[in-house]
Design a binder for this molecule. Sequence first.
Ligand code: RAT
Ligand code: ZN
Length: 416
Amino acid sequence: KLDLNLVDLRQTVERLALNTPVTDMHTHLYAPEFGDLLLWGIDDLLTYHYLISESFRWSEEEYSRFWSMSKREQADWIWKLLFLDHSPVSEAASGFITILKRLGLDVSSRNLDDYRQALEKRTVREQVDTVMLIAGIEKIVMTNDPFDSAERPVWQSGKGKTDPRFYAALRVDALLNDWPLAVNELQSLGYDVQAEWTERTKEETRRFLSEWIIRMDALYLAVSMPGDFKYPADDHRNQMINQVMIPVCQEQNIPFALMIGVRRKVNPSLGLAGDMSMHADVSAVEALCRQYPNQKFLITMLARENQHELTVLARKFRNLMIFGCWWFLHIESMVEEMTRFRLELLGTSMIPQHSDCRVFEQLIYKWEHSRRIIGNVLADKYEKLHHSGWIVTEEEIQRDLDDMLNRNFWRFLGKE
Ligand code: RAT
Ligand code: ZN
């Protein structure tokens, strides 16, 4: 086995961190079979909701004016405000530049129409293959909602499972966070439910979940929760979790993913861009993990203030897997901070990142930026070991990165 000297060590870690194949365990991307649901190309990239909210900081424009523009006009507006009138230094804006560069476009030209034309020449399938190759992404987990009328027919036609690189996650937000809406949707899908919490309603909701988990081959059940989510408590969410979701997850042998700490629509005029982060109570996760030791929980939280406590909690419960630097935490300073203390508290037994991409080419920047940080933090740790005489081999470095970027997820699912 190779004994690496210090310079080699850092370079090896950086190289492997950039190249190890990734399983991206939470995205909003779709396989090409889903048609227009799969967003890609310049105009979708520029109208990403992260960039929309940043643009409005520089403009007095009426929100309604923006929403009445065509996608191309919106993209032009954002390009001018965030890239020409000001420098694109934010994570989301600099990410767009990283994408242009990696796609081989001339960043210095600043010619948006050239970029558009270059990408419009490609087919969606070519672009999916190219981006996955550049970003080193092997497997992508989608976010799948049977209540979405655009998405549902793809599953019903059986085409949802065609591309083996894409996996499903069954998203259940409405069931937990908007029960009246969920009741309507379930009824229209032919499930015999009602607003009151009857035995029949529970049974039918369980049947709905089981049928859709099987139809999608869903890897896990997923929900986003507000920061004031309480467990245990005497409320609808607790009933739904205890009497419907956990029993179904157990029966289907899949984890339950909770993404906690979002306050939706604090500025409704911004649409998707109008959501806020919110401090949450980690003891809800603690109670769930203790109550259901045989149920696996994939957990991420949105408030920076919750991260350390959540990481400590993962030391206490092996049925808890923490993942990703979510949304407003997916910025370089937070990824660095979180990756460092997660490694220090848990070693490599966690999932350091997911992309949350909504537009396909975003895989390029989100992973490149994070891979660099993960590699750098890991190299610091190996260097320290090296000084004590513990020599890590290249195989071991590869193993550790493979665990964090890929295998920990599959192992946790029991699907290695
Ligand atoms: O990160 C995002 O794009 C958010 O808008 C949300 O989709 C969040 O990631 C979620 O899954 O709820
Ligand atoms: Zn998401």
